[in-house]
Design a protein around this ligand. Structure first.
Ligand SMILES: [Ca+2]
Ligand SMILES: [Ca+2]
Ligand SMILES: [Ca+2]
Length: 195
């Protein structure tokens, strides 16, 4: 018996058939040591699916302004150990990220994105072959201490950082101001999102 290992080059359905003539020994054959004859019978064709490469690109937005650049966004897939740290451009888009082969085409998986100063956001996505865009929409501001809830602790941290802090500068105008304060208050007592 032999083991044949294939290296997939393209994704999709494919099949493998055998060149076979009964009794012939110049194609697929199996020789009996007792009779020295080809005893192979018509081999069945093999049909199979080659799993593709699944990659993702995430898209997130700040609640206000046109600067949606995030550094060190934490990306995770709930119920798995997979996690990744990503940055985004000004438009809030990340580079393409390859997923490991534990993620299967056609399966629905959850993905969460978490930024310092914001609540965690979670979406569900049925994975397709190739690039999948995960649109998280607008992140909710206010969780300055990253404990999963917007409350008085975050508010007092905002007051400490008034006019100077960076994380609490949600409208990215260079200082912590009343507009940033309003964004936090709007999310008061909201928590990290879990599906
Ligand atoms: Ca957070
Ligand atoms: Ca908090
Ligand atoms: Ca500000």
């Amino acid at each position: 018996m032999a083991t044949v290992v294939f290296r997939p080059l393209v994704s999709g359905n494919s099949s493998l058939s055998f060149k076979y003539t009964a009794g012939a020994t110049d194609d697929s054959n199996a020789i009996s040591l007792a009779t020295i004859q080809d005893i192979l019978q018509q081999p069945q064709s093999l049909t199979f699916s080659v799993a593709g490469n699944i990659s993702i690109r995430i898209s997130v937005r700040r609640p206000i302004g046109s600067n949606h650049a995030f550094t060190g966004l934490r990306l995770l897939a709930p119920n798995t150990s997979w996690t990744q740290t990503v940055n985004t451009t000004n438009t809030g888009d990340s580079i393409e990220i390859q997923l490991p082969d534990t993620f299967i085409i056609g399966n629905s998986r959850q993905f969460s994105v978490d930024a310092t100063g914001y609540l965690r956001k979670t979406i569900s996505k049925t994975l397709a072959d190739g690039l999948n865009v995960l649109s998280f929409g607008t992140l909710s501001a206010g969780d300055l201490n990253d404990d999963g809830i917007v409350n008085n602790i975050d508010l007092s941290q905002m007051y400490e950082d008034w006019y100077v802090g960076q994380i609490a500068d949600y409208n990215t105008n260079g200082l912590v101001d009343t507009q940033d304060h309003g964004l936090l208050i709007n999310n008061f007592l909201k928590e990290n999102e879990v599906l």
